[in-house]
Design a binder for this molecule. Structure first.
Ligand code: ZN
Length: 289
């Protein structure tokens, strides 16, 4: 299944090398890198996997640290990767959104060709995405530079897992109600927010919202894709694996078992992503295909 993968974490070699000392300063990084599902990946690992899994384009980001300096190390690595492989990679940058200097860092990365910010971890980075006082500055930058934001979100119900966090559909909806103009992707199916697109007023507020499928194999039964199709929101879904902790194979099995129409699945796997990417970036040009 040819795909455009919107949810990937890459780690610069120096972050992997210094992971133990960084873990002592960054509790969220510590939790997410010390558990049985964690895996490291560099650009080279991703390129090999793209070849194997028939990934046409990958949207890559680093890890959302609390420290801006660590984010900057990730951003430099992503900028470098995207410059080296413009035909295969698009990039997102990371900042702790409330830190001094965050704004300048996002603009620096946008100038260097990155197309958004994320995956941001609201709980890990101590930002309340439902509080306009905490989000307006970031929203302004995103709007001004025509960037997207990818927020980590999760289900408010169901089993617990490392990194699940406490930000779900309610908080995600509040972000869009405060900033409906911002092109926003909610990771992990938005914790179920897409269902509320069936409420007419929410469909308006969520008009620039997208949802990625990251970690789907661990969260839902395949029928969720058929349900998304019948809810009329499949055009808002982006393929995202959460590589390196997952790759394409399990998603392919879920797609095959979902009972959704092949053209809808193709759109989720690839078409929606290409279209969304083309709407981002400098002068609204984004990536041309
Ligand atoms: Zn996530």
């Amino acid at each position: 299944m040819r795909s455009v993968d919107f949810h990937i974490h890459l780690y610069p070699p120096e972050i992997i090398r210094d992971a133990e000392s960084i873990s002592r300063l960054e509790p969220y990084f510590d939790a997410l890198t010390h558990n049985r599902v964690h895996k490291w990946a560099t650009v080279e690992d991703l390129l090999a996997r793209m070849e194997r899994d028939d990934v046409e384009r990958a949207v890559v980001g680093g890890f959302a640290f609390q420290d801006l300096g660590l984010c900057r190390i990730c951003n430099d690595y992503i900028i470098d990767a995207v410059e080296k492989y413009p035909d295969k990679l698009s990039g997102l940058c990371l900042v702790p959104p409330l830190a001094r200097g965050a704004e300048a860092e996002v603009f620096r990365c946008a100038e260097a060709g990155l197309l958004g910010v994320g995956e941001l971890f609201p709980e890990g980075q101590n930002i309340d995405i439902a509080d306009r006082d905490q989000t307006w500055r970031l929203a302004g930058i995103l709007h001004e530079a025509n960037l997207c934001v990818l927020w980590h979100t999760a289900e408010p119900v169901g089993h617990a897992y490392v990194g699940k966090g406490n930000v779900g559909p309610k908080e995600a909806a509040a972000f869009c109600m405060n900033h409906p103009e911002v092109k926003t992707i909610f990771a992990h199916l938005g914790g179920g927010l897409w269902l509320y697109e069936l409420m007419p007023e929410m469909r308006l507020y969520l008009r620039n919202a997208r949802y990625d499928l990251a970690a789907l194999p661990w969260l839902y039964e395949p029928a969720v894709l058929r349900t998304i199709e019948s809810a009329g929101v499949a055009h808002k879904f982006l393929m995202g694996t959460d590589f390196p902790i997952l790759d394409s194979s399990r998603y392919e099995r879920i797609f095959a078992a979902s009972g959704a129409a092949p053209e809808v699945l193709e759109r989720i796997a690839r078409g929606n992503g290409l279209e969304f990417l083309a709407s981002l970036g400098r002068n609204g040009r984004g990536v041309q295909y």
